[in-house]
Write a protein that binds this ligand. Structure first.
Ligand code: PEP
Length: 255
């Protein structure tokens, strides 16, 4: 992790949690982060399903834990049944929104253009967009990883975005929820390429935080979070277990 960028551990709860267990988990994270105080080694964020955002927002009040959505629509309002807007997330206390997650790209057919429009919507209301990029296993096997990542960055991030408005999450599709991870050298190679591309496209691009995501757990977090240009993690499955999530946050290197 390079100096100057405050690390971020972001939880992606995906489509998990009813009101009672979601609120209990949020309360546990809030209490833990509050008691850690100045010893907290980075920023902490939870992204519950849309149904829990309001209740989780209340549970996080007074704690340093930030709140994110898992998606938003590109339009501010209108006839979009089932969707939610960036302003709606902001209205409930969210500061971030995950966009272009591979599950949305794959299962909902989201294109780079659509992700870019959503990032623009997030920017317009002051939400930080956590933009996910990552190659499939077939793309990695074909030697296309870096080309895919650069294409997704160029296609998904508006050129006028500034360094504080976005976070990039490198999430190899084949590593999400599988227990498999790239080698440390492979993570470094991709993060370095992302850093170079951001520096070329965005003023102050060196300040953009780049998270690694894909089967991060307490056992591999220390070595992953210590890598150059890894400024934190986007955590799915392990973020649903409070103790595992705390262990991952505690694995951040000391500033
Ligand atoms: C994710 O879906 O963003 C993710 C990183 O999932 P997991 O940690 O479960 O691989």
């Amino acid at each position: 992790m390079a100096s100057g960028r405050r690390p971020l551990i972001a939880a992606n709860w995906k489509m998990n949690g009813l009101k009672s267990d979601g609120v209990a988990l949020a309360q546990a994270v809030a209490a833990w982060a509050k008691s850690a105080g100045a010893a907290l080694r980075g920023e902490v964020l939870v992204s519950p399903p849309a149904t829990l955002i309001d209740a989780v927002s209340a549970a996080l009040t007074g704690s340093p834990v930030q709140l994110g959505g898992q998606d938003c629509h590109a339009q501010p309002s209108g006839a979009f049944t089932g969707d939610i807007s960036a302003a709606m997330l902001k209205d409930l206390g969210a500061s971030h929104v995950i966009l272009g997650h591979s599950e949305r790209r794959t299962l909902h057919g989201e294109t780079d253009d659509q992700v870019k429009a959503k990032v623009a919507a997030a920017r317009s209301v002051g939400l930080v967009a956590i933009v996910c990029v990552g190659e499939t296993e077939a793309q990695r096997d074909a030697g296309d990883t870096l080309a895919v990542i650069v294409r997704q960055i160029d296609g998904s991030i508006p050129s006028e975005a500034t360094a504080t408005e976005i976070v990039v999450a490198y999430e190899p599709v084949w590593a999400i929820g599988t227990g498999r991870t790239p080698t440390l050298a492979e993570i470094v190679e991709v993060h370095k390429a992302i850093r170079a591309r951001l520096a070329a496209r965005i003023p102050g691009g060196d300040a953009v935080r780049i998270l690694y995501g894909g089967s991060v757990k307490p056992s591999n977090a220390p070595e992953v979070l210590a890598l150059a240009d890894v400024d934190g993690a986007l955590v799915g499955g392990a973020s649903l277990k409070a103790d595992d999530f705390f262990a991952i946050v505690n694995a951040l290197p000391q500033a």
